[in-house]
Design a protein around this ligand. Sequence first.
Ligand code: GLA
Length: 385
Amino acid sequence: MTDVADRATAGFQREYGAAPAGRWAAPGRVNLIGEHTDYNDGFVLPFALPLRTVAAADRQDGQRWTVWSELSGETITFDADDVAEPGRVTGWGAYVAGVVWALRDAGHAVPGARLAIASDVPLGAGLSSSAALEAAVLTALVDLGGLDLPAARQPRLAQRAENAYVGAPTGIMDQSAAIRCRDGHALFLDCRTEEVEHIPFDLHAAGLAMLVVDSRAPHRHADGEYAARRKSCEAAADRLGVTALRDVGVDQLDSALARLDDDETRRRVRHVVTEDQRVLDTVVLLRAGRVGEIGPLLTASHASMRDDFEITVPEIDTAVEAALAAGALGARMTGGGFGGCVLALVEADAADAVAEAVTAAYAERGFQTPAHVTVLPAPGATRLN
Ligand code: GLA
């Protein structure tokens, strides 16, 4: 297939009969560790994928936005009335209109624009195609309009587009990854303060590889279950008298659990509190260059998601078990859950064998054949030449 930036440029040329003023790219992500901790004000450690969404764009007069997407093949147009309040633009266009709405709502003078979107980030695989789209459009509009919105403040705005315009109650991880990640690094993000540290993550130097397996599991009730997990965490924080579960340290976990009266809530809290600690422990190992030693933390994170947070599905658990049995140093589901992808940290020369073992385990259980790829940490959103 042609390069994604070329496809966006060609689409722009064909739709609008002119060359774009520029092209802006934003990546999908995987999360190395720290799941469902972001909306609990906790810690996450995602890295950007080499798969990107590209917006080719230029300004147009007036408050009008025209957007072509290669995925649907349609062109949509909306104006200032449509972005006066959330809800008027629906479908994929809502992610674009949501960004325009959030920028205007924050007082920015958003320029009218024409955009053409192409993407290599697969939809529905839990790799944050929606955040990649938001980030590509946001960086394009910020640059075209010369808006005063530094990168560090952009994720909150893109998250607002998703929460308030699209209506998905996600945290800030995906937008932060799409915008703030650096090549060769994982992004250690404190979701309360939005402070970041770029942690070197040199798989190659360590003789390792990161295998990403798309479980191909259909997203079952993902939206409703995500919202339910978030609610139950917020209710637990309330009952414990803290702002967010981030405020409960592992050393306080037992006493916190003793103050909760139902077992399900106790397990939800235990996941979040121990997961925050696993992120911190992973960061300590990576800072010391001990990449190969993070495996057990990844696997423990998976067990916690499976048993305590209850967000895995049989395809996902099968992929993790098969990868570990075939020699992976650690493996876990990545992303919101109920489908999506599994990460397996493997010796570089074992990647194929581990992938084959997962495929064989799938065949045995009659699941749809999974897709897999090895990845290295890539850069966040950027303007292309
Ligand atoms: C989804 C959300 C993120 C985060 C993860 C789970 O990807 O968009 O904000 O909550 O799930 O860690």
